[in-house]
Design a protein around this ligand. Structure first.
Ligand code: FPP
Length: 258
């Protein structure tokens, strides 16, 4: 009897979610959503668990949000998983986070392939542990022909370093004659960034109540709509993503015009 009620409740909840998805899809969906997944540590602390338990729970949310993003027809989902500053964290925490791509992709890569998701990564690969890089590169290779959602992991990513490297490359290309400095414009400069060939995010979400960018996509977020929530990343649900998109749909984007 109780099982029947539970089943009915679940069906009822999921049909509500389905209805919400259909409703949201009637208006334009942001093509590129970027998320600063914050609050894993606090989520764990509230439960007297080690911080890494929060990261593990956060990894499960990555799966849920990826599936929904794909279903909604979002073209690119960029997730800030590890910044160039995060190496300052305790060694065990860094090592744990660096194991998550393997665990995530080890479990869900077949599902991502099945769902036509293309995995990408932006960030400095050279400092990543070999096992982390190997898992990511395997996923990139095995999903390279997929043309559904692009799941872009920002891993060992830092926007200021990215911009400085782009400037260095521009200078070098001008010196060697590959480029004329008069041809440099915003579009050309964008092509020197790690997001070359990727459109700028339409919507940025940051969880956990922090209202800052933390060195994330500083150039690319110039005209992005921001949505901040107090919700900690491990508690972030499909409903929250839909709420963020709904808010986005009610905003008027003017790109500097009137
Ligand atoms: C910030 O929360 C979170 C991170 C630095 C790590 C985010 C990583 C994941 C959500 C898992 C990624 C999964 C894959 C598959 C790569 P915090 O630790 O700063 O939280 P706090 O501010 O509450 O301490």
């Amino acid at each position: 009897m109780f099982n029947k009620i539970r089943l009915w409740k679940n069906q009822n909840n999921s049909s509500t979610l389905r209805e919400k998805i259909e409703e949201i899809k009637k208006l334009p969906i942001p093509e590129h959503v970027a998320i600063i997944m914050d609050g894993n540590g606090r989520w764990a602390k509230k439960r007297a668990l080690p911080r890494v338990a929060g990261h593990h729970e956060g990894m499960k949310v990555v799966r849920k949000i990826t599936r929904l993003s794909n279903k909604l027809g979002i073209k690119t989902l960029t997730l800030y998983a590890f910044s160039t500053e995060n190496w300052k964290r305790p060694k065990n925490e860094v090592e744990y986070i660096m194991k998550l791509p393997e665990e995530f992709l080890g479990t869900f890569l077949p599902e991502l392939i099945e769902e036509n998701v293309q995995v990408k990564m932006m960030g400095y690969k050279d400092k990543l542990p070999v096992h982390t890089l190997h898992a990511i590169e395997k996923a990139i290779e095995e999903t390279k022909n997929n043309n559904g959602l692009v799941l872009n992991f920002a891993l060992n990513y830092g926007s200021r370093a990215e911009i400085i490297d782009a400037v260095k490359q521009v200078v070098s290309d001008c010196r060697s004659g590959i480029m004329n400095e008069n041809d440099l414009n915003e579009e050309v400069f964008s092509s020197y960034l790690m997001t070359a060939n990727m459109m700028d995010p339409d919507l940025l979400i940051r969880t956990s109540g922090e209202i800052r960018l933390s060195n994330f996509m500083l150039w690319q977020l110039a005209y992005t709509e921001f949505w901040f929530t107090e919700v900690l990343w491990p508690d972030f649900s499909e409903e929250h993503l839909l709420e963020a998109i709904k808010t986005f749909q009610n905003r008027q984007r003017r790109f500097g015009g009137v």
